[in-house]
Design a protein around this ligand. Structure first.
Ligand code: NI
Length: 170
């Protein structure tokens, strides 16, 4: 299992670099990321969240096959937008509504370097946009108005302090 980086760690704010080597190390990284994602009971996890500032993210929607996106690029978005409550494994315990396009077209490569294009809507489109943001140092809270963002951060920090105290007791 990989450690998940939390809000405040610099790696979450980096612009990620392209992946050029499609080797065994990349396959191992993507498998470890999927295992970490499943263990954390999340739906998406990006490289910088596990301390790797490279263009890779994984998506695992319950009941479907896990997907790996390498060097992804969103090439189209719907005009229609929707609201959905998002959370992030790097900001655990807090959630907020975020407005985003309801549909996206994304181009990426698989673990073997083979290019593919996916047109997604619904939850998949939502997760793809959230994870793709991570590759550009962006978090879902950056989409919120400043006052709302501060509220989410304060609530996260409060929960985090309580969690640390509980940990210290055992
Ligand atoms: Ni996230």
């Amino acid at each position: 299992m990989l450690d998940i980086c939390k809000l405040g760690e610099d790696v979450l704010r980096e612009e990620c670099s392209d992946i050029k080597e499609f080797d065994d190390a990349l396959k191992m990284l993507s498998e470890a990321m999927i295992d970490t994602l499943d263990e954390a009971d999340g739906v998406g996890l990006a490289g910088p969240q596990v301390g790797v500032p490279k263009k890779i993210f994984v998506v695992h929607i319950r009941g479907e096959k896990p997907m790996v996106f390498i060097n992804p690029s969103i090439v189209g978005t719907s005009i229609e937008t929707g609201v959905y409550e998002e959370g992030c494994l790097s900001i655990p315990g807090v959630y907020h509504d975020v407005v985003r396009p309801v549909g996206v077209t994304i181009q990426a490569q698989d673990v073997n370097g083979k290019p593919f294009t996916i047109q997604a809507d619904g939850i998949l489109a939502r997760v793809i946009q959230h994870e793709n943001d991570h590759l550009h140092g962006k978090l879902y809270i950056d989409h919120l108005e400043e006052r709302e963002r501060e509220k989410v951060i304060r609530s996260y920090e409060k929960k985090n302090r309580i969690r640390r105290k509980q940990k210290a007791r055992v």
